[in-house]
Design a protein around this ligand. Structure first.
Ligand code: SAH
Ligand code: SF4
Ligand code: F3S
Length: 439
């Protein structure tokens, strides 16, 4: 028997890339690869990349530069680039870094084993097509390894919304939903392998409209209600949602579906109608605020999070004040915020840009406000009873770590094994986590 070859995968970007990297590792398993933790050991290095902001994309080239010596020492080493930079830049990657053997876009991963077999030496292989098939149907794990308590599961991919700043519709393609039966089968399989909590993924996950088992499309709410029936699946989350795709049934599910966790990431990007319009977001500040009222009416303790961009083209101080004011009004449990990054090929890249020092100063001000809200939200948990899904050993002896229903990191003194759902009382709130005792 030939010894297994070693694969090192480095993942950048969003959770969907994390999911995709797992699928690619499993697929390359059928070519005789096992995953390793260091590039120095590898026979193949695969970078799963992100194109969302300029810095994310540039990081890939500096990372590739670092592999120069490895490739010189081991000419058989195969280097591949997957993900959104692969999709956006294609052959340009090999022009800038000739040591790259393989470039594969997110919609072609099912072809990766065959591409890997061809790539290497003078053979360069590129695939950035958008085929019509469900790639995940071809990316099957064998053998079925045991899994930890939490897992991602992609149900929807791509985006048709074309926000003026965003590359995702170009790198991931049009919105596609996986058939419900495939999602249910994959979820059951994950649960059989030890998973207790599943986070459903999609670039616009709540736009899910997958084919139902008896024909007709299922909504995300329908899918969640069906997943909730799986024995052993005790927690469901989903991300990322778009405000315009939150339908009544999904809002209702937050109130009446106990396994659906009280946490919702609902990016708004800006609190100024003038900017939202220029961003092509197709919701207003007011429609967003009213939506949050309805969600909170269904599930009063839901923890809300968002994404924000500062310094979008033509953003004035008054626009930025509107964003701060919206944040004050909503009260977020956490948020991701970014300085606007001009992306080639997007409409906003052509518009008058805000000076960098201005967007940076706004970002810092916004982040300070979010940090205060995050701390306040965490502090308010002290004394409350919550569920914690134990994931791993904590740092101190006898301590275990996991996530609360509201996705706070929690430490508990307990002998409970990973995969156990504990009821705990929160005793302390630290900068990034809560301490709790079992009840
Ligand atoms: N589909 C999700 C998220 C997509 S990307 C949604 O619609 O909200 C994740 C986040 O990156 C976005 O929410 C946005 O805040 C940020 N982002 C996207 N493009 C950006 C750009 N050009 N500059 C800065 N931030 C950007
Ligand atoms: Fe990008 Fe907008 Fe689509 Fe989100 S909804 S992925 S921000 S284009
Ligand atoms: Fe990045 Fe692509 Fe995800 S651009 S954020 S890896 S969809």
């Amino acid at each position: 028997m030939t010894p297994p070859r070693k694969l090192f995968i480095k993942t950048y970007g969003c959770q969907m890339n994390v999911y995709d990297s797992e699928r690619m590792a499993e697929a390359l398993g059928s070519n005789g690869y096992v995953e390793v933790g260091a590039p120095e050991e590898a026979d193949m290095i695969l970078l799963n990349t992100c194109h969302i902001r300029e810095r994310a994309a540039e990081k890939i080239y500096s990372e590739l530069g670092r592999y120069r010596e490895l490739k010189d020492a081991k000419p058989d080493l195969k280097i591949g680039v997957a993900g959104c930079v692969a999709q956006a830049e294609g052959a340009e990657i090999m022009r800038r870094q000739p040591m790259v053997d393989l470039v594969v876009g997110p919609q072609s991963y099912h072809r990766l084993p065959e591409m890997e077999a061809r790539a290497g030496g003078r053979e360069k292989v590129i695939d950035t097509d958008f085929p019509e098939e469900d790639k995940f149907a071809h990316l099957v794990a064998r053998p079925k390894a045991k899994r930890g308590p939490t897992a991602f599961l992609t149900v929807q991919e791509g985006c048709d919304k074309f926000c003026a700043f965003c590359v995702v519709p170009y790198t991931r393609g049009a919105e596609v939903s996986r058939p419900a039966a495939r999602v249910l089968a994959e979820a059951r399989d994950l649960v059989d392998r030890g998973v207790r909590e599943i986070t459903l993924l999609g670039q616009n996950v709540n736009a899910y409209h997958g084919e139902g088992p008896e024909g007709g499309d299922w909504t995300l709410a329908r899918l969640i209600r069906e997943l909730a029936e799986i024995d052993g699946l005790i927690r469901i989350r989903y991300t990322t949602s778009h405000p315009n795709d939150m339908d009544d049934d999904l809002i209702a599910a937050h109130g009446d579906c106990p396994v659906l966790m009280p946490y919702l990431h609902l990016p708004v990007q800006s609190g100024s109608d003038r900017i939202l319009k220029r961003m092509n977001r197709s919701h207003t500040r007011d429609s967003y605020l009213r939506l949050i009222d309805r969600i909170r009416a269904a599930r009063p303790d839901i923890l809300m999070t968002s994404d924000f961009i500062t310094g979008f083209p033509e953003e004035t101080d008054a626009d930025f004040r509107d964003t701060l004011n919206l944040i004050e009004q909503v009260g977020y449990g956490a948020a991701y915020s970014f300085r606007y990054s001009s992306r080639p090929g997007t409409p906003a890249a052509e518009r008058p840009q805000v000076p960098e020092d201005v967007s940076t100063a706004r970002l810092h001000e916004l982040q300070a406000l979010i940090t205060r809200q995050q701390r306040a939200t965490q502090d308010a948990m002290v004394g409350r009873e919550v569920g914690v899904l134990i994931e791993r050993a904590g740092r101190l002896p006898g301590q275990m770590a996991g996530k609360s229903d509201h996705l706070h990191a929690v430490h508990v003194q307990t002998a409970a094994a990973p995969g156990t759902l504990l009821r705990v009382r929160v005793t302390e709130s630290g900068p990034n986590s809560l301490a709790a005792e079992a009840v």
